[in-house]
Structures are given as C-alpha cells and as structure tokens.
Design a protein around this ligand. Structure first.
Ligand code: GLU
Length: 585
C-alpha cells in the first residue's frame, strides 16, 4: 500500500510530480497556481424546465440570461448577455479581456460547430519569450503579473460573431443589462472577496487601476457585501453596445490595451497590428464515440476534446455500468487519465502550428492503450503512446499546472439552439493589468516556458501568432445526432478529469446531473491520483492507495455546469463548489 497524505506541501509536490518533468517551476509556485479553494458546499438539487434553461457561475449572469431567453432570445443572445455580465460580476474568471471556446448547436440545421476565440501570441513573440537573460524559464508568477502574459483577447469578437450568426434580439439589448449593473453596482460575493484577498500576495495590487478597483482606500481587499460600481466598464460596454467589437481590435480600446500591456515590470510587446489581425476561428468539433453517444468538444488549440476523448475511448472497453461507481471505476478512470495526459504532454498544441494527428482518437490505438491498464494495480506514471503517423517523435513532453480563472456556462433556448462555453482570463484576475474596467488575460503563460527539452522542440512552445494550448473542454454529447448533455468546467488541466467523470456518471450510471457532479472529484495529470478531500473522497483514496496509487487528498474546486436534454424536459445542475445557479422555464 502506498502512502496516503493530506497536506498542502505534499500536494504541491504531488502536482509537480504529476506534471512529469517540471520545467522551471518549483513546488511552491505550483501550489500558488492551484485552483481556488472551495468556499462552502451547499446542498442543491437538479432543476427542471420545459422550454429553456441557463446555468452559469453567478446568479446575476443567470438572471440576465434567463430574461433574454424569456424575451424570445436565442442561446447566442443569452450567451452574449451572460458573458457581458460575468465580465462585471465574476471578473476574476473571465471577461472581455480574455478568450474562450464555444460550442453552438444550431437546431435549424441540426449541426454542431465550435468557435475558437483563444487568445493569440503577438506576431513578434518567439520561443525565447519566457526565458530570462540566462536562458532559464521565468518563475510562473513573475511571468503572470504584467503585460507580457497578455494575449490578444478573443471574447469581444466571439460574442459579435455569435450574435451575427445566431442572434435574434438587437445587440445593444444584450449588453444593456451589464451596463446598468456596472453603473448601479453589485455586491461583492463571498467567492470574489476571498479571491481578492487571496490574490493580494500574488500581485493583485501591483497596478494602480487594478488596486483602485479591488482594494479600499486603506489598501484592504474589498469585503464581501461591498457594493462595487464599475463606471469604466460601463463606458467600455457602451462603446461595445454602439459599435460592436471593432473598438477592441482597431479603435480606442485597442490603443488602451496596447498602452496598458507596457507595464514597468514584465512589459508586453502586443502591437495594434496583433489586435487588428485577430480572428475567431470556426472549427469542426472533435468527437469520440462512447456508449452509443458521440461526445463532442473543442479540438486544438484546446487539448480538451482529445484528452477527454482518449479517456472515454479507453474506457469504452470496460463495463462501467456493471462495475458501478466506486473505487474500481475510479481506478480505471485515473489509469486512462494518466495514459491520456502522457499523450497530451507530448503531442498536443495549436494544430495550426504543429502537426496534430487524427490518430490520437483512433479506435485501435485507444484499444491498445487501454490494454496497458491493469484493472487491479496502478501503472504509476504512463508513457506517451506511438500513434500511427509520421513526425510523432519530434517532440518532448511539456509540464502542466492546474489554474483557477475560468468559467463555464450552458444554455438551451426555446428554438432548440444550445451553447456550451468555457471562457477565461487564465489565472484568477489574469495578468492583473486592467484597462477600461476589465482585466487583461495572462493566457500566454499557458505556453510551455521552455521551447525544448532533450534537444527536441516542445509542441506547446511559444511562437508568433500561435494560440497557447488549453485544457478547456466545453462538451456537447449527442445521441442519435442530437444534443443529450451539455457540460464543462473551469479548473485548469483538472477540467479534463472533471468533464470525463461527469459524462461517465450521466451516461454509464444514469445519474441525475446534480448527483453526478456532487461526487468527489478525482484527477491525475499522470502522477499522483488527486482526490477531493471529502469523507467519500477519503474512502476512495484509501481504496486507491491499496491498488498502488500514490494518492493526494485536496480541495478540487470544479465549476461544472450541466444541462441534460431529456425527451420532454431539460434537467440542469450547478456545481456546489462555486456560486453558480440555474434557471429555466
Ligand atoms: N487557461 C486554462 C486553460 O485554458 C484554464 C484555466 C482554468 O481553468 O482555471 O486550460
């Protein structure tokens, strides 16, 4: 039996070890980069509706989404309104200064598409971007804080493109509620207050605009319940309502962004041209068959659909329904996870820059990979596979850090259109650089800091104009070609584990969505098995340790939001670990 430990320090080391070779990161910096702490666990039940539904990470965002849907708005309309509101009320997680991935189901054409609004590196960035004068990688937080970590934001254009394609209500009507709320103010929630206090020691008070907004006159972090107004954001949103995304990419806001990233320390090199040339890319979803369903998600530059797909593809050969939820299934999930993460580290990155094989979801390949799983004993650390395509071995493995600044929302409208979207500014509060009342992302720290290892290039190294690899896994599960489940979560690389586990609970065990996401989280990044520190989690951990897993019990703060589309109703759930809500009619 391996040791079972419950301590922050061990956990940091565990995560470091989980990443394989830790490239330029110490255990301490990794611990700082772990997902945020869960504030409270309140019992919840799934919510049912007949016509439309929205679930998101803040009640005010859910309310505005619900209002738009009730007025006959489409899922696209509601997504615009929800994201505009989240920029204000959940500023640490996503917003107009960030990016994201959005899956859209168009009921009229019965088709699923994905929008890649991932932030992009400046054209002038090169593989030495995150190396210091000695050629050593910067420490994670030294890289995060300041304009250098800021990639070209994708979210403003994403919402515009989405509305142009699928909107029904006037654009300005979707932004107005957030403008009004920014002017009136909103109450700082317990989670936001905790996040501000927590981020103080990680540079949140470095820059004037950010400090003035998140701290009081004495320099203390804003307390829960404070009424927070954001007139700068109201002005930005008014421009957005009047002129769409253009000001962000070639107008006044673009100039402000370019100026704002030129911070004294860790300055950025974004140019107006980088913003002007940014495009949201529509890409085909990446799907894998699982239990007579198709599980579809976001392909590169996200590793989400490929890695979730590999896990499910490997588990297809195990009778999880018969095995049932419990330690045996947890063992199989984690073993499949370590095999998938080994491939992810070696091969996955922005496919517009590195050759990315279809072979990673090849059935035969996954069957061979699954054969490496011993149903009784953990394999420890997995090696990457050898999928059948040339060029596979020209890469060295990358490292991984779980993060905290992301949000997931799911929407179904009365016309049958649907959205499953994960949006982000990367770490909680992104780069800490604020302009126009919104925070700029630090997405460029999602690149590998080292360009190569052992003389081989790392697929996810920095390159000019490239999009950093993501773990975000907005998912739509199709049954008979139509959506059956919308799901996704924040949580850095752990997103992949959260999403795969939720899909298994819903499809294999037919669990009600709330029960499915209430189960203890578990994830491995191809090292220790990290299990959520709850009574049930601790029991699982004991059993896994007996199967040879090196186990770490810790807080695992997912933010899963789910809608199950049943024949005659919609059933939705919001994660008890965050402050989200669900509303429908
Ligand atoms: N930036 C991360 C990614 O794209 C997400 C961060 C988080 O989920 O907290 O994978």
């Amino acid at each position: 039996m391996r040791r079972l430990v419950r301590s922050a320090l061990f956990t940091a080391a565990a995560v470091a070890a989980a990443s394989g070779p830790v490239l330029g990161q110490t255990a301490a910096t990794l611990e700082q980069a772990l997902p945020e702490a869960t504030q409270a666990l309140a019992a919840r039940e799934s919510v049912e509706a007949r016509e439309f539904m929205v679930a998101a990470a803040h009640p005010l965002a859910v309310e505005v989404g619900h209002d738009i849907l009730a007025r006959g708005g489409s899922a696209a309309d509601a997504a615009v309104a929800v994201q505009a509101m989240l920029t204000l009320v959940e500023p640490q997680s996503s917003g107009l200064g960030g990016g994201g991935f959005l899956l859209y189901w168009n009921a009229a054409t019965e088709s699923l598409t994905t929008f890649d609004a991932r932030e992009r590196a400046p054209a002038a960035a090169d593989e030495g971007y995150w190396l210091d004068a000695e050629g050593e990688p910067l420490s994670f937080w030294d890289a995060v804080v300041g304009g250098r970590s800021v990639g070209v934001p994708g979210t403003p254009k994403l919402l515009e493109v989405l509305h142009a394609r699928h909107g029904r209500l006037p654009w300005a009507d979707l932004i107005d509620p957030a403008i009004a709320q920014a002017e009136e103010g909103f109450e700082v929630s317990p989670r936001l207050a905790g996040a501000i206090a927590d981020a103080q020691e990680r540079g949140l008070d470095t820059f004037d605009a950010t400090r003035d907004y998140f701290f009081d006159a004495e320099g203390a972090p804003l307390a829960e319940g404070t009424l927070l107004r954001n007139p700068d954001l109201a002005r930005t949103l008014r421009l957005y309502a009047d002129q769409g995304a253009a000001p962000f990419y070639e107008g006044a806001i673009a100039r402000d962004i370019v100026a704002a990233v030129r911070t004294d320390t860790n300055p950025g090199i974004l140019e107006l041209e980088d913003l002007a040339s940014y495009e949201v890319i529509e890409r085909a979803p990446v799907c894998v068959e699982y239990r007579a369903h198709e599980v579809c998600g976001m392909g590169p530059p996200s590793s989400g659909a490929l890695t979730v797909g590999q896990i499910l593809g490997m588990l297809e050969g195990f009778d999880l329904r018969e095995i049932g939820p419990g330690a045996e299934a947890a063992h199989l999930l984690l073993e499949a996870g370590r095999l998938a993460f080994a491939d992810r580290a070696l091969y996955m990155a922005d496919a517009d820059f590195v050759s990315m094989p279809e072979g990673l979801l090849d059935r035969d390949y996954l069957r061979d990979r699954a054969a490496l799983i011993d149903p009784e004993t953990s394999m420890g650390q997995a090696e990457a596979g050898d999928p059948p395509w040339e060029d596979a071995h020209l890469r060295a493995p990358d490292s991984e850090r779980p993060r905290r600044g992301t949000t997931h929302f799911v929407i179904v409208d009365r016309y049958g259109d649907m959205v499953s979207a994960t949006t982000t500014i990367e770490s909680g509060f992104g780069s800490r650089v604020m302009t126009g009342g919104f925070l700029l992302n630090n997405e460029l720290t999602d690149f590998s800091f080292r360009p190569e290892a052992d003389g081989q290039p790392i697929a996810n190294r920095v390159e000019g104009g490239k999009r950093p690899r993501s773990s975000m896994s907005p998912t739509v599960v199709l049954r008979d070609g139509r959506p059956a489940v919308l799901v996704g979560s924040p949580g850095g690389a752990a997103i992949i584990g959260y999403t795969a586990a939720a899909i298994i609970a819903i499809l294999d065990w037919q669990m009600d969505p709330q029960a499915a996401i209430d189960r203890p989280n578990m994830v491995t990044l191809n090292g220790p098995s990290i299990i959520e520190d709850t009574a049930e989690g601790a029991e699982l951990a004991e059993a896994l340790a007996a199967m040879g897993h090196e186990v770490s019990l810790r807080d695992l703060n997912s933010g899963l939001h789910v809608i199950v589309v049943a024949e005659d109703r919609l059933i939705s759930a919001a994660d008890i670990r965050r402050e989200g809500a669900v509303r429908g009619q």
